[in-house]
Design a protein. Structure first.
Length: 737
């Protein structure tokens, strides 16, 4: 865990922090103190072990409390607590070596039920086989073809979406204090692998329609695409989703394998569990993937293996099924419907070793094997080698690039047909260098470090602010470079130039490239990066579609989040416009609308900014008479003499009290109607949650008050602090209210 992550974790418990240095141990101690626990004894040991096993600080302390309470009620801690505690401590003290003896390792990994299951399935010593399970259609179900459409229509092809989504899920699953690594292996299936797959993927004839697994397995030169991460938590937790799972227990397996579209419970994470899985199906011609994971289970470290497929709905013996298929072990119990479970322990480990090229040693993680991936060019039929490498470079460069401390966030490897394919950017890749300098400049600024060295290299760093309220939304960094000669093909980059790479704060994965015009200077291009702050990151996360490839403010229900996303886009555009046209008039609106600054000045008497409030003295009667004599003010109008702004007792609201005067002959009584409107930062009108109250001389209508010519009255307007409010007064002709 780096310093930035520790500082973020410290924010909720800063009042309980007593140490001089910020470390994992001192932050964990603060979380314990907040719960009334001392950072000593069993609670401290359990929390440390849980943190080392990949839990967050909140989860680790909650787990320690749970284990402590169960210890008090029984002779000792629960089996799950003992296992997690001991396995984590052993991993730390022995540098990840869980067992010295391989035979003991296998025995430990096999629960009793999986060992007996293997004996019952196969008694001849050969590898066990999958058993098929399909979901019957019930109320509210979506068929397999509908599930495949959940990603919508992403702005990328299936292979690009697959690379983006799997990297996102791997990054979100990283273990505390570790850098995950990610491997893509494209290979041809060996004969023994094809033989095992054919014998395992057996389905009834009626269920095969549209599934196309056997068609793929019969394809000459069948290819497999393996995607493996290590240094992650793996898919832990229970293996059935029909029972309640306590919040402090991982939900990873059921969320990825059994459920669809469940958001990851990772603070500032980027992914959504089910959609990454759907991307894996869509990249397969037969919509099938095999999942192998090693994780911490209730009995200790455990291998799990299961296959999943999506096809059209089908009728089997008069019963409709959704087209969602699983292959694993069928669990049968009295009074319960059959359900699918993964193969576990030695069975899963042996089959995984046969199918996958990336083994598990004493580490944890997840591997996905995509059967018959769509990786050939449609016209030529040639393998998309260079394209696959360019997709990884274009979409995952922030993880390949060493950060401002020279640390690689997530090492990534690509192997095609047994040969490692270089993902390193050549030193002369100028857009990569420009994007890299821009990102590292923002990393330095947002971690509280100096960015002077990047400024000296020509990087422009801009703060992106919202003005109402005054709020730092994020940072934009722009870097220029001399364009590579067109005849130097080896210098042409896959990265898009003259664009802003949008990415989330902590995830740092490419959301999209926002294209703009080129500079007027010949042979000079530019690249830029925008990252939100840790405070505003949630607004951008909520605006992403399932494919995480855009920020869509109109999809947001939260009004303030919508403004954050909209304003950041407008301000990015303004900064780039100024960058591209530095000599354009400063007051000229670049989008045809009145600039926000001009709008704010026009409404400054009611905008929540103390510095712009124009307070006037309330004149005495002689001064009023003198002024009236020489005044050119039109009779029957209302003049604002003074305003007083204060925060409302209701969080997020502002109250402004106006002192007003009716310009009318003394003694004349008029009904005056106050009408309040407001505008958002982007200029849209709104009357949401705006109220007007006459503090004196109110009529039955809160918007209408009774005023006497030449005398004063007070009106209070209440509105959300993120709006720009405006009020107008209409003097009625009649005297009675």
């Amino acid at each position: 865990m780096n310093e930035e992550e520790l500082l973020e974790a410290l924010v909720p418990v800063r009042g309980y922090f007593t140490a001089k240095e910020v470390t994992r141990g001192t932050v964990l101690a603060a979380y314990l103190r907040r719960e009334g626990l001392k950072p000593t004894g069993d609670s401290w040991m359990t929390a440390q072990a849980a943190l080392g096993a990949g839990m967050s600080f909140e989860e680790a302390v909650g787990f320690a409390i749970k284990i402590s309470s169960s210890d008090d009620e029984s002779e000792g801690p629960s089996a799950y607590g003992r296992s997690l505690r001991s396995s984590a401590i052993i991993r730390q003290s022995a540098q990840g070596r869980i067992h010295d003896d391989q035979s003991n390792h296998k025995e430990m990994d096999q629960p009793a039920d999986s060992r007996s299951c293997r004996t019952s399935i196969e008694s001849d010593g050969s590898l066990p086989r999958f058993r098929w399970f399909a979901k019957r259609t019930t109320a509210g179900d979506m068929d397999g073809e509908g599930l495949q459409r959940l990603l919508g229509a992403p702005g990328h092809d299936n292979l690009s979406v697959l690379v983006r989504e799997t990297a996102q899920n791997s990054w979100d699953a990283r273990r505390v204090g570790e850098s995950p690594n990610l491997t893509y292996i494209l290979k041809r299936a060996e004969p023994d692998v094809i033989s095992w797959l054919r014998s395992s993927f057996q389905t009834p004839k009626d269920a095969q329609a549209g599934l196309r697994i056997q068609e793929s397995l019969d394809r000459p030169g069948l290819r497999l695409l393996e995607i493996s991460d290590r240094g992650t938590t793996g898919l832990g937790g229970p293996t059935r989703n029909d029972i309640k799972i306590p919040e402090d227990i991982p939900h990873d397996f059921v969320n990825l394998v059994l459920n669809i579209g469940v958001p990851r419970d990772v603070d500032k994470g980027g992914g959504t569990y089910g959609f990454g899985k759907i991307a894996s199906y869509r990249a397969s011609r037969c919509r099938t993937a095999i999942i192998w994971t090693r994780c911490i289970a209730e009995t200790g470290p455990e291998h799990r293996l299961i296959a999943v497929s999506l096809g059209p709905s089908f009728d089997l013996h008069g019963r409709m099924h959704t087209g969602h298929h699983w292959w694993g072990r069928i669990a049968t119990q009295e009074s319960e419907a059959d359900r699918v479970e993964p193969l576990t322990g030695g069975d899963a480990e042996q089959i995984g070793a046969l199918l996958f090229s990336t083994p598990f040693r004493d580490d944890f993680g997840t591997s996905i094997l995509i059967i018959d991936p769509d990786v050939e060019d449609e016209e030529s039929g040639k393998l998309r080698r260079e394209e696959l490498a360019d997709i990884i470079r274009t979409q995952l460069w922030p993880k390949i690039l060493p950060d401002h401390t020279n640390h690689v966030p997530m090492p990534i490897r690509l192997n095609i047909d047994g040969e490692d394919f270089s993902l390193n950017f050549p030193e002369l890749d100028r857009p990569y260098a420009a994007f890299g300098k821009a990102l590292n400049a923002i990393r330095a600024v947002q971690s509280g470090q100096s960015a002077t060295s990047f400024v000296r290299q020509g990087v422009e760093i801009h703060e992106i602010w919202s003005q109402r309220p005054k709020f730092l939304l994020g940072h934009l960094a722009i870097s220029t470079f001399v364009r590579a000669p067109s005849d130097k093909a080896e210098l042409i980059s896959a990265l898009p130039v003259n664009s802003i790479c949008l990415m989330r704060h902590a995830a740092e994965l490419v959301v999209k490239y926002e294209g703009y015009s080129a500079l007027p200077e010949p042979d000079v291009d530019w690249c830029a990066v925008f990252k939100p702050t840790v405070v505003t990151d949630d607004a951008f996360a909520e605006s992403e579609p399932p494919a995480h490839d855009d920020w869509l403010p109109d999809s947001l229900d939260n009004r303030q989040h919508k403004i954050i996303v909209n304003v950041s886009k407008r301000e990015r555009r303004n900064k780039i416009s100024s960058f591209l046209q530095p000599l354009s008039p400063p007051n000229e609106s670049r989008n045809g609308n009145t600039p926000t600054g001009e709008l704010a000045n026009a409404l400054s008497w009611l905008v929540p900014q103390e510095s712009k409030i124009n307070e006037k003295r309330i004149p005495n009667k002689k001064a009023m008479a003198k002024r009236r004599k020489h005044s050119s003010r039109k009779a029957g109008t209302v003049t604002v003499l003074k305003q007083e702004r204060m925060l409302s007792p209701d969080m997020g609201f502002v109250e402004v009290t106006l002192v007003i005067k009716l310009e009318e002959d003394p003694g004349v009584i008029r009904a005056v109607e106050a009408h309040a409107t407001a505008k958002t930062e982007i200029g849209n009108e709104s009357t949401d949650k705006i109220s007007v109250d006459w503090l004196v001389n109110s009529s039955g209508d809160s918007n209408v008050g009774q005023m006497v010519g030449g005398e004063l009255a007070e009106v209070k307007i209440r509105f959300p602090e993120y709006l720009l409010a405006e009020i107008s007064f209409n003097v009625r002709a009649e005297a009675n209210v």
